[in-house]
Design a protein around this ligand. Structure first.
Ligand code: MG
Length: 319
């Protein structure tokens, strides 16, 4: 099927957009016939970490190799630099007070941007050793913040500063009292992470090893109780595609980035709560991460390669 991914992104295309694929009837209810995939920005090197600011009507994301955070305004449809240098920021999220949480490769730390703009360091070391390179982050309503530390940001000078890791790859939890604890070190390269709508499950993707090595490309699920993870299991397998960042909608579906698998596969893969893939959004670039935004949280924003894409859906992002 010609999904018309070589479109010029300025000429309107005929509905329904062939970039959106229903694999299971459960996905059809989220697809809007009169909504097309949009490329809202391009010109980066490796975009990541999208986060929506409803109060500002803007999207903030990372352009990691360019050492900057970008901002796109919904009202003007234009983008500008939000923060540079960003210390090679990667994943971004917001806490339950609306403050920006950021994983920084360059400074190998997790920060919180306060409402007045000052920056608080939430974590930069464990056992007196520097973190590897925090990758992605999510807040829990109990006041804790959870982040992954796979170490990609110190592999090369391109996305940070090359260095030898001193700690195992892990998921960490920063408690409301700011205590840093190990949540799990069971995954080879823990990367994206998100909670289920009831916060009883934490999903974490593993991008371990090379995509050619046969290492499975899976999102894992853990039970969350009393700040601890138990009962690890495989939630879904993306086959040839690599799952990086992802989000969960109000119905518990997991909308995952998929990349490094080629033109037929790259984009967004959507999984029902039982782990079955029910839909796909095909993109002309491999996706790294995504978030829901808009005042109704029904607009998907996807960072992919050098660009940022958007699609209105009838799903609603988890708050
Ligand atoms: Mg990531």
């Amino acid at each position: 099927m010609d999904r018309q991914l070589n479109r010029d992104w300025r000429t309107p295309i005929r509905y329904p957009d062939p970039a959106i694929e229903v694999l299971d009837g459960r996905f059809a209810r989220y697809v809007l016939g009169s909504a097309a995939l949009e490329r809202i920005w391009t010109g980066g090197r490796w975009t990541e970490g999208p986060v929506w600011f409803g109060d500002m009507r803007c999207l903030v994301w990372s352009d990691i190799p360019n050492d900057r955070l970008m901002r796109w305004s919904e009202d003007s449809g234009t983008a500008s630099v939000f923060r540079a240098p960003s210390h090679y920021a990667n994943g971004n999220s917001r806490d339950f007070s609306g403050r920006l949480l950021t994983c920084e490769h360059g400074s190998r730390r997790v920060t919180r941007t306060e409402h007045d703009g000052t920056i608080t360091v939430l974590a930069d070391r464990f056992d007196e050793k520097p973190l590897n390179a925090p990758n992605d982050i999510v807040a829990h309503p109990d006041g804790s913040v959870w982040f992954t530390d796979p170490g990609y940001g110190i592999l090369w000078n391109y996305e940070g500063h090359k260095a030898t890791p001193e700690l195992p790859t892990r998921v960490y939890r920063i408690g409301a009292d700011e205590t840093l604890t190990i949540a799990t070190e069971a995954l080879e390269k823990p990367n994206g992470l998100a909670f289920s709508p009831d916060y009883h499950t934490l999903y974490v993707s593993d991008t371990g090893a090379s995509h050619k090595s046969g290492h499975p490309h899976q999102i894992h699920a853990f039970n969350v109780a009393d700040g601890k993870l138990t009962d690890q299991r495989t939630f879904c397998d993306l086959g040839s595609a690599m799952p990086d960042g992802f989000r969960v909608d109000m119905d518990g579906n997991v909308w995952s980035s998929a990349g490094w698998a080629g033109a037929e596969v790259d984009g967004v893969h959507v999984f029902a709560p039982d782990g079955t893939q029910i839909g796909a959004i095909h993109l002309p670039e491999g996706a790294s991460n995504l978030c829901f935004g808009g005042v109704k949280r029904n607009r998907l924003f996807i960072t992919a390669g050098q660009s940022v894409y958007s699609l209105y859906t009838d799903a609603q992002g988890h708050r």
